[in-house]
Design a protein around this ligand. Structure first.
Ligand code: SF4
Length: 341
């Protein structure tokens, strides 16, 4: 049996032609799948015969909502169950400019960042393009229309480049969801070859880098990826990216109390990013019990941003959305797997 959602539009067209069907059937079926159809029977504009043929050789797999947590600030966090019983997380956030979703790209993560719950237990598998699309569709169906997308949930997108790339093409498809590339941000912890390829292939999609430390030694302690691609290599790739695409890179900097929020850290960051077209998002850490780390206070975060501003670096403190609902990456899945297993 083939899960029909695994097929790209071209593959689906070829498959249908192989079944002796006209190519235009592809568009009809794709539209039904985007509407969330769970069976071929629902596809009322297909012939009885085609429905039967499809049901004989294809399935329609879907992600299902296992849990929904709604924060007092309107943020909604979803634990989604994949057909093979794995779980991923997606977060829906309401902003003044519209609704945004943060999706996962892998089940678990191999990158080992010490402050992150997603990496506890390592990577279990990559998500397929259709599963990422389902994260979007299922959450949109439950929470409302979404116009911004961030790939910053569980997983490292460039450790699953092919599927992420296929997903970006699918969600941007003008005959499908038609989400503008400019409304999409892909976040990496610093996988340099992925950053280079991404700049060539998706110059209109925004790039965010999880930086979190501006000194090599400290970053290595926090993020093992820094041992493979050091800060020099990462900054070169980001400068190249800026040149190639003309777009500023966003740096995510999680503020951990007493660890990376000192004046020394301000100085190191300002030095590292000097002359770059960039923006820093400061995010006080949502604590993960296992890491033993706590986030800087809101006041400390604001002071950190002001000091960066005085050094000519543009920084904002991100609203702490959903801190009452395990909104930090991997927390809900971790908690659920503790309970469900
Ligand atoms: S922060 Fe991102 S890259 Fe690092 S372990 Fe967590 S999910 Fe993986």
């Amino acid at each position: 049996m083939i899960n029909i959602k695994e097929l790209s539009r071209t593959e689906l067209k070829d498959f249908l032609v192989g079944l002796g069907e006209p190519a235009f059937r592809e568009k009809q079926i794709s539209q039904w799948l985007l509407k969330g159809a769970c069976s071929f029977d629902e596809m009322s504009n297909l012939s009885k015969c085609l429905k039967a043929k499809l049901a004989d050789c294809c399935t329609i797999e879907s992600l299902a909502i296992e849990r929904e947590q709604i924060s007092a600030d309107g943020t909604r966090k979803y634990l989604l169950r994949c057909p093979d019983g794995e779980y991923v997380e997606a977060v829906f956030m309401a902003y003044e400019y519209g609704n945004s979703i943060c999706i996962s790209t892998q089940v678990g993560c191999n990158m080992g960042c010490t402050f992150c719950a997603s990496t506890i237990g390592g990577k279990r598998r990559n998500l397929k393009a259709w599963e990422m699309l389902d994260e979007f569709l299922v959450v949109q169906g439950a929470a409302g229309a979404i116009n911004h997308l961030v790939l910053m949930g569980m997983g490292e997108p460039f450790d699953n480049y092919e599927e992420v790339s296929e997903f970006l093409k699918r969600i941007h498809d003008p005959e499908g969801i038609n989400l503008s590339y400019r409304n999409i941000t892909v976040s990496s912890c610093g996988v340099v070859p992925g950053i280079e390829r991404f700049g060539d292939e998706f110059p209109q999609v925004n790039l965010a880098i999880s930086l979190h430390e501006a000194s090599q030694k400290a970053r290595e302690e926090l993020m093992p990826i820094a041992r493979k691609y050091d800060l020099g290599m990462l900054m070169n790739a980001c400068r190249e990216h800026e040149k190639k695409t003309g777009r500023r890179v966003t740096y995510e900097y999680t503020l951990i109390a007493g660890k990376n929020d000192t004046d020394e850290n301000v100085k190191a960051l300002a030095e590292l990013l000097k002359g770059q077209l960039c923006h820093i998002n400061l995010i006080p850490l949502n604590p993960v019990v296992e890491s033993g780390m706590t986030g800087s206070s809101r006041g400390a975060a604001k002071a950190f941003a002001d000091k960066l501003g005085r050094c000519g670096i543009n920084a904002t403190v991100r609203r702490e959305l959903g801190s009452d609902i395990d909104a930090a990456c991997g927390q809900l899945r971790k908690k659920a797997s503790d309970i469900l297993t």
